[in-house]
Design a protein around this ligand. Sequence first.
Ligand code: ADE
Length: 232
Amino acid sequence: MSFRASVLTLYPEMFPGSLGVSLAGRALERGDWALDVHQIRDFATGKHHVVDDTPAGGGPGMVLKADVLARAIDEVADDPKADERPKLLMSPRGKQLDQAMVRDLALGPGAVIVCGRFEGVDERVIEARGLQEVSIGDYVLSGGEPAAIVLLDAIIRLLPGVMGSDLSELDESFENGMLEHPHYTKPREWEGREIPPVLLSGDHGAIEKWRKEKSQELTARRRPDLIEKSKE
Ligand code: ADE
């Protein structure tokens, strides 16, 4: 069984979006992953299909209703007891997404991803359905949909067959806890700037050493926190 993403949103037309194009789009067509998107409003009851209400205790904005979201979550799983996919809620309050989390998710059966809107989601449905909150960074989007697309994009490129390379062979930013070394391609000289001669030397040992040094220099300069983390 390939990776399956079920997305719950008030804006299903935002999907597949960029996930239908390029690498992720071709992988979707091949069946390397599967996507189903569900309109949360379809699970609202009553004539007006109300999905939100005012916050208890007062204050601005609206809150996504627990019963509506719970019904949506319960119905997207084929068999809620057998569906072992983690249930995620995209939210700026969540644990910040990193490559380790992406890798763990890519090794699993998929994910049920809830995209929040408004001021938030009734806390009781987060507890009752065991939603894990995931943030893509310390800034506030108008909704969780772009965050879900970011998360899925990062996962999909790691799925078997998608990039034609083994997970363990990846040598790029964050896969080894470091930023990537600089890249160059022909011509040898452009606007007076030369490709570093070592890269044209054919000496693979020297090239490897140079790349490692550049990667370390760049990481130390831009992301000293990553160096500290690698020492832990
Ligand atoms: N929804 C709004 N802002 C978000 C963020 N930074 N990460 C994930 N979901 C969000």
